[in-house]
Design a protein around this ligand. Structure first.
Ligand code: AMP
Ligand code: MG
Length: 474
């Protein structure tokens, strides 16, 4: 069986200054670790062919498939608010774009594929931990219904990567609507390269915002996508952890799962990333940061926008769009179908009680539908007071669903990839045991279902299991 990938590489048709054309660096001994068969099907790729030695060799970067046009993309970005004029794919290679049977276009990228001109001090490699973390979390996000890049495969390289310790090397095959970042626009803006900026705008509109009217139309589109994305994150207790402008896409997909984490007990200022000393990217700061990043995008587009006020107005739409999206998400979580002016206060009151009562974010919302949420609170009386106001509000709903618990379950997952489970899966995998990774991945295919065989994964961590810090993928 031979591997045929339906490549059509539009990014590679952009001018040379958008990338460095180069093949991935080969690895010593590639071996398949995980293959996402349903995703291969969705992309129109023969999963059996990917599993052959020829396929594994492609997924490891040892062979370049027919039709690929491998390149490393250049971009820039604000990292923790500080400007970096040149970043880029320092450990990734875009093999090219494929067009799926339904016409949708996807980037196929290898992450961990060796040094590029943008590697700076890095080795261009990834170790097993971040590769499995991204595989687990990005696939969970997809199953949760959150826009995200995907993981098609993970392979081990047979090579050792040196971090604080020698670790097994791995390569992730990432699938994305595109890898165009806010930082890609910033790169050309900072160089005064308005011709490139214009080409990038047209390319991005073609891929993500067909029908959008020029740079301003694109900006408005990105503002809308990001408002919905961040609202979806908050609705599942997700903390991205490193919302630098180079880690924000114009497609509206979540990207770059480095130090990300889902919260267990709710705390609005929760931070996991080991390098986020100021709490810049804390859970509840994410909407403000998204708007800050969008302001950077608007700035980068200014040379192409006639009136600065229009760019400002586009960014200024964000708070109201976000608030609407957030209310929609949380109303559904509370089983509310209509809108009432007191809803924001009601939602915030629950979150406040959850923070005071150290209530588990996921389990509290999941058990609201069956009226068992009070058990999630250290001090259940904090919940009782709130429940009265919620019941009163439910009484105002004109349509009473036959199965409110069922409707609420569709908005409140039973399972999220808890940090301690990810850590356990990684540690076992490093020791050669992939069963915890497979158990977790299988469970997260259906996060909104009650699955008895995965009940262990719904439990918050015990005191000794709690993971307080996460690390960038480097
Ligand atoms: P991140 O914040 O993880 O998205 O990475 C920020 C920048 O560092 C990107 O330009 C990456 O390509 C680069 N980078 C991260 N890890 C490595 C590595 N091991 N080798 C080379 N470059 C890296
Ligand atoms: Mg990044």
């Amino acid at each position: 069986m031979s591997l045929a990938l339906p490549f059509d590489n539009s990014y590679g048709r952009l001018p040379n200054r958008f990338y460095t054309r180069m093949a991935p660096a080969p690895v010593a001994l590639p071996a398949m670790l995980a293959l996402n068969v349903p995703l291969a099907g969705r992309l129109g790729i023969d999963a059996d062919a990917l599993a052959t030695p020829e396929g594994v060799s492609v997924l490891a970067g040892n062979a370049v498939p027919d039709g690929a046009d491998p390149l490393a993309q250049v971009y820039a970005g604000h990292q923790f608010g500080g400007w970096s004029p040149q970043l880029g794919d320092g450990r990734a290679i875009l093999l090219g774009e494929i067009v799926a049977p339904d016409g949708a276009r996807f980037d196929i990228q290898l992450k961990g594929s060796g040094r590029t001109p943008y590697s700076r001090m890095g080795d261009g490699r990834a170790w097993l931990g971040p590769v499995l973390r991204e595989y687990i979390v990005s696939e969970a996000m997809a199953a949760l219904g959150v826009p995200t890049t995907r993981a098609l495969a993970a392979v081990t390289t047979g090579e050792t990567v040196f971090r604080e310790a020698p670790l097994p090397g791995a390569v992730l095959t990432r699938v994305a609507a595109s890898h165009i970042r806010v930082g890609t626009f910033q790169y050309f803006f900072a160089r005064g390269d308005h011709e490139a900026l214009d080409a990038l705008v047209n390319h991005a509109i073609q891929r993500h915002a067909q029908g959008a009217d020029g740079p301003l139309g694109l900006l408005n589109h990105v503002v809308e996508r990001q408002a919905m994305l961040v609202a979806a994150w908050l609705g599942i207790g997700f903390i991205h952890g490193v919302m630098n402008t180079d880690n924000m896409t114009v497609s509206g997909e979540t990207i770059d799962y480095g130090p990300c984490a889902f919260m267990d007990d709710f705390s609005p200022m929760r931070v996991f990333s080991s390098i986020d000393h100021q709490g810049r990217y804390a859970y509840s700061r994410q909407p403000d940061i998204a708007m800050w990043n969008l302001a950077q995008l608007a700035t980068a587009l200014l040379p192409l926008i006639d009136d600065v006020k229009d760019a400002q107005a586009a960014v200024d739409r964000f708070p109201a769009l976000f608030r609407d999206a957030w209310l929609t998400v949380f109303r559904a979580k509370l089983g509310l179908q209509a809108a009432d002016e007191g809803d924001e206060e009601l939602i915030l009151a629950l979150l406040d009680a959850m923070a005071k009562g150290k209530a588990d974010f996921t389990n509290t919302f999941r058990s609201l539908g069956t009226l068992k949420a009070r058990d999630a609170f250290s001090d259940p009386e904090l919940y009782d007071a709130w429940e009265n106001s919620w019941k009163e509000r439910l009484g105002k709903e004109s349509a009473v669903p036959d199965d409110r618990a069922g409707t609420m379950h569709a908005a409140n997952p039973a399972l999220i990839p808890r940090n301690h489970r990810i850590e356990q899966a990684i540690q076992a995998a490093v020791a050669g045991d992939l069963s915890p990774f497979r158990h977790l991945s299988a469970a997260l295919l259906a996060p909104y279902s009650d699955q008895g065989e995965f009940a262990d994964l719904a439990n918050p961590p015990t005191e000794s299991e709690v993971v307080c810090q996460t690390f960038c993928g480097t």
